[in-house]
Design a protein around this ligand. Sequence first.
Ligand code: SAM
Length: 280
Amino acid sequence: MPVKSALYVVATPIGNLNDISLRALEVLQSVDIIAAEHVQNSKHLLSHHGISTRLMTLHQHNEAVIAHQISKDLADGKSVALISDAGTPAISDPGAILVQHIRKLGFPVIPIPGANAAVCAFSAAGFINPHFLFYGFLPSKSGLRQRVLKTLAGLPYTLVFYEAPHRIQESLNDIMIVLGAQREITIARELTKLFETIHQCTLEKAVEWVKNDPNQQKGEFVLLVSGATPAEKTDISEQALNTLRLLLTELPLKQAVKLTAEISGENKKALYQRALSMKP
Ligand code: SAM
């Protein structure tokens, strides 16, 4: 039996319907209500596992209103499970507003762990550096996307992004422009599904690979980009880096470095190292 007046945050599969824990199935079977991002999508999973618990919709546009309603259900002694379309709720998915509201009211919030696309991809990528930064979705507009990427460029951690098929090409292109053509990327596509693909190469090659193969533009993606190397994470000012980036588009590498050093007063050797990873 579930705990009375508790909110369960339940992870569901990211593709393969059997990637769900026994505990998650027990909870989904026995709670009074399941709050699901899209009821229709979740019905498929629930009927596959023979679960017929009452469903209600909680998505990003009604989360605050539904949070209030769920708090009343919990006050009446009911138990509620939260699920999203795929993976772990509140990870690039709705759920955080509800959880915050319920925690503030003092009701128990019980996580039921399971699938998550970022962790699934990282586990199969083989990055020796154990540190990674989960960013999730980059902004949809190129200008803002590049600005965000610049703030991440010097971090020595693997960068983990989510991406959708209609933006995969332009995002990869921006990642290459800002982080440099020679950084390593793992593209994890359609994890746990029929066309699961895990491909590793440099950013430069990844842009070409996806451009030249329409199959690689379909489905859901996790992108894992290796972190900045020690040469890349010098304390070069953002202004000098912008100058260097601009000059590299017009001049040969050595000349761009020399001019940037003169303009900015930054160390020429450090600029040279950085330029090597930037030059498209
Ligand atoms: N809450 C989910 C989780 O725990 O991973 C993420 C939900 S987010 C709305 C959806 C994004 O997650 C997709 O656009 C894709 O970037 C990534 N994703 C989800 N399922 C995936 C899969 N099977 N293979 C690769 N990426 C996936």
